[in-house]
Ligand binder design. Structure first.
Ligand code: 13P
Length: 375
């Protein structure tokens, strides 16, 4: 088995040789008037101490899948009611700095008539928006995907800003396999991420740049680290080449983990060590924050590993979470689509948000997990 990373390495330096060489990364792009929060301040607020991001931006097929597993019909009204439940959770703003919305949700209203972004800002939470349009097969590269959504993005970003969004997210997917990923797969996705980020900053929105290395497969922790290293190097090379202002973005990445089906599962300490080593080698210190996705880990495992990573410290960026499933799973299961369960579901979400808020400070414990019913 020969991983494809030797070829991947060749993409890393190509930007430095492209001609003509211009001062990449140094330019200040044209910007609209920023309003109350400048981009760097928004980025800093999203990784404020003890706080992280709730990813509630499941596309229609993804939320459909999650609802179906619980026999909840995926109607527009159920999706609206569920997101209202999440966003109006009392005390959510104590541990949640921002919420990533989906296109349908940013246009919906709560039952009291408030637009969803307004219901978030009322809790001191910054509204964000997923702006990619999902993935398609990368032609010529079996098993690899490219994220779509650049066409018309400039116009969509202007509209999202009008609707109240202050940050954006674009997810690229990198699969690990015997001969995956390829240099071409990583390069195509890095280029798209960089264009997305540059367009977002131009529109006055903080880009959350998300190259997700999937945990599917039986690969080792070391292999995940190797692929994550190569991916992040290529992503930052592309961001630099496209003059993305590193101080005005966040990186969203997976933790470095053993593959889901790997017989040897690295413990939280090993995960923290590999994750921090990988990030130190690849992410410039100018980036204000790195937020982790949960990627299919159980909610408690994601919190334990986040805690181990954050407790280690000694890194130049703020570290936090941008969890979807690991924040929502318990709440969605508790809700079951019934208004009678709203308060209990909100308590479940608040509990997970608090546990992760503690983990960001390296203060999570088994006791904190047991304090579920504390008010
Ligand atoms: P998960 O935490 O469920 O992986 O979702 C995070 C996310 O936003 C993926 O794009």
């Amino acid at each position: 088995m020969k991983p494809a990373l030797e070829t991947v390495g060749k993409t890393m330096t190509t930007h430095a040789h492209s001609t003509p060489i211009s001062p990449g990364g140094a330019a200040t792009p044209n910007r609209p008037t920023m309003g109350p929060l400048a981009l760097a301040a928004t980025a800093a607020a999203l990784v404020a101490p003890g706080k992280g991001i709730l990813a509630a931006d499941e596309s229609l097929p993804t939320i459909g899948k999650r609802f179906k597993a619980l026999d909840i019909p995926s109607t527009e009204e159920n999706r609206r009611a569920y997101r209202e439940l999440l966003f109006t959770t009392p005390g959510l703003g104590e541990c949640i700095s921002g919420v990533i919305l989906f296109d349908e949700t940013i246009r919906q209203k709560t039952s009291s008539g408030a637009l969803m972004p307004g219901s978030l800002t009322a809790q001191g939470i910054i509204p964000g928006i997923k702006v990619d349009k999902g993935t398609m097969a990368l032609p010529g590269f079996a098993g690899e995907k490219i994220t779509q959504g650049l066409d018309g993005l400039r116009e969509r970003l202007a509209e999202y800003r009008q609707l109240g969004a202050r940050f954006t997210k674009w997810r690229a997917v990198i699969a690990i396999g015997e001969s995956l990923p390829t240099a071409a797969g990583i390069a195509a996705n890095s280029r798209a991420l960089a264009l997305f980020a540059a367009l977002s900053q131009e529109a006055g929105l903080v880009p959350v740049v998300e190259p997700e290395v999937l945990m599917d497969g039986d690969h080792t922790l070391a292999r995940c680290e190797e692929v994550t290293n190569a991916t992040l190097q290529a992503v930052f090379a592309a961001l630099f080449e496209h003059r993305v202002v590193l101080e005005e973005m966040l990186l969203k990445t997976g933790m470095v983990l053993s593959g889901k089906d790997c017989p040897e599962q690295a413990d939280a300490g090993k995960v923290a060590e590999a994750t921090i080593r990988c990030l130190r080698r690849t992410v410039p210190a100018a980036v204000p924050g790195i937020v982790f996705l949960s990627g299919g880990q159980s909610d408690v495992a994601a919190t334990e590993r986040l805690n181990a990573i954050c407790r280690a410290g000694g890194v130049p960026w703020k570290l936090s979470f941008s969890f979807g499933r690991a924040l929502q799973d318990a709440a969605m299961k508790t809700w079951q689509g019934s208004s009678a369960n709203v308060a209990a579901a909100q308590a479940a979400l608040r509990h997970r948000a608090r546990c992760n808020g503690l983990a960001v400070q390296g203060k999570y414990s088994a006791q904190a997990e047991r304090d579920h019913l504390a008010p």
